[in-house]
Design a protein around this ligand. Sequence first.
Ligand code: ZN
Length: 296
Amino acid sequence: MEFQKHTVLLLCLIVAFLSFAVPLFGQEANLRFVVEEKLAKAEVYRDGKKTTGIRLEEVCDVDNDVVAARVFRDYGAIFIAAPEVRFPVKCVFAGDSEVQMYQSTANPVTKNVGGTSITLQEPAMNALLEAVDEARKKNLRISPRGGSIAAARSYQDTVDLWYSRFNPGLGHWTGLGKIPRRDADAVRGWGIQKQVAKVLEWEAKGWYFSTDFSKSILYSVAAPGASQHLFMVALDVEQFASKPVREILARHGWFQTVKSDLPHFTYLGLDESQLPARGLKPVFVGGQKFWIPNLD
Ligand SMILES: [Zn+2]
């Protein structure tokens, strides 16, 4: 009898939670399915003919390319941004000309924000300026962190940032005798995409390449050609530690979407309640909420 009472109570609690949670969070979805569905409806020109449908592997080959898979898992949130954001045509740009081609057609706008000149896609910039305004009325500030590269970056910026972690990491792990010097020298001479794959292989053994060698290099800098900053919908924010600032940014469609990259915000142009149905899930790190790809 006692057991039954507890069971009934538990069921009531579950029902109460679900009836509260479901309307609040909506349906959960897997990011891959959401993106595949979106791509299937996209109109493209092939050999001069207009057709419908792009396969995910054409944009981000998550099944065959270890770097693409990792990039999709870590930075994939941009693929579900609101329709006014220019859709990412690739998850990893191969070089400078591809980046320039994308950026020139993505309606970039440059403004002075908090004393720093930054460039973003127009809807992202408009939403940011509204957030800055709302913050100002509450005696808060929202400003770019680390100069102009806080927002849009060039391909070369992502290459420079990569080497600012890659070289010290290589020095650290050869110094400790983990990576043989001849291996390190060989990898230094490789193309950058191959280097990324090799670093991920080393990190799988626990030899991390972030600034303090405690976590993955990708929590510290993006793989070259893969940064959300290249898509001009990312901003590193000086006041990221302030909860009211994070809440204001979220109200204007700016969310933290790269787990453990604390100052990094992404413009999705969506209401927070829409995110689970678009394939993102919330995780908390250090009291901050990140909306990351749901690929389970
Ligand atoms: Zn960033």
